[in-house]
Design a protein around this ligand. Sequence first.
Ligand code: NAD
Ligand code: UDP
Length: 342
Amino acid sequence: MSLRIYLFFKFYDKGGYCIDYGVGMSRILVTGGAGFLGSHLCERLLEVGHEVCCTDNFYTGTRRNISHLLSNPYFDLIRHDVQLPLHLEIDEIYNLACPASPIHYQLNPIQTLKTNINGAINMLGLAKCNKAKIVQASSSEVYGDPEVHPQPESYWGKVNPACIRSCYIEGKRCAETLFFSYYHQHGLQIKIARIFNTYGPRMHPNDGRVISNFIVQALKGDDITIYGVGEQTRSFCYVDDLIEGLIGLMGTPAGITGPVNLGSPCEISIGQLAERILALTGSSSKLVYLPLPQDDPQQRQPEISRARALLNWQPKVMLNNGLRKTINYFEHLLSKGGDGNV
Ligand code: NAD
Ligand code: UDP
């Protein structure tokens, strides 16, 4: 265990995010740390003075996402697959390793299941050895194609165990069960975040998620690919807000396990999102309508009163502002000829 510094004040950074130094600095493992969310989490944890160990197998993550952190003496990078055990001295674990984009998690469904299930077992084992706190990046997908709207944590979901999304959905559900089993059986300090659609800089330009797809298509002047008629809805949270929620959840007292929904309650249809991105980019790309993927959920919006009460958390970044920052990122990436491959 390594502790570098203790302070006992509350600080707010220029984005208005609260940083509570009162608990001391920790050595923190972020699995999937070279991915979209993981890289932002590593960066933020270093900013507030923690030591960070990032592990990744680079399935969907890239070295470019964390290259700016490599010179930081408090940052370590280990190439590691969570399907295998890991031995480290650690105070806290954020278990993010898992492809999040439907295209990528469906490419190798067995690996997606093993990443979620064996990964959870290995990271829970590591937490048990170290008596470490552990946050699991679960997903709104555990609600399946929901019949209750918006979705509170008390809703059990409507899930088909034999559809093309179920490797991810059932993997995330089983991981939650494993976390709760370790909590009940071994008293582990577990915390479950159910993350809803999150977007921002460092999404992979080819990962197939809707915001990265639409922005890249708009910037290149390609057709904007709306699946179905565009009436399905999602609620999009900007990455900085989500990271603040994850760190806030880790900071909750022992016994607070969640699950806690983290996401934006502002719902928008996919058709409206396309129009919004066209307006913000000034693009003249055409809208084209393609078949809706199998088992694509019709609506999704988090009920976030639990996050408000427990973490004093709610998203701060408005969709247009977050989209502008994301558009700037992709403009810069494309201007350098970046296709996202390392
Ligand atoms: P991402 O694909 O950008 O990042 C996932 C990271 O995990 C990548 O760096 C990838 O290389 C790594 N990884 C995958 N399999 C691995 C394995 N077996 N061993 C080690 N590393 C592995 O996705 P993201 O958007 O950053 O998502 C991070 C986590 O948050 C995931 O667990 C995802 O399920 C969850 N989540 C994300 C969203 C979202 O909207 N971004 C929504 C719900 C849940
Ligand atoms: N989508 C779309 N065009 C695209 C990519 C996605 O219309 O090019 C739709 C997709 O069918 C889904 C929504 O956008 O209804 C969100 O898709 P994403 O893959 O980003 O996330 P998820 O389905 O996991 O919420």
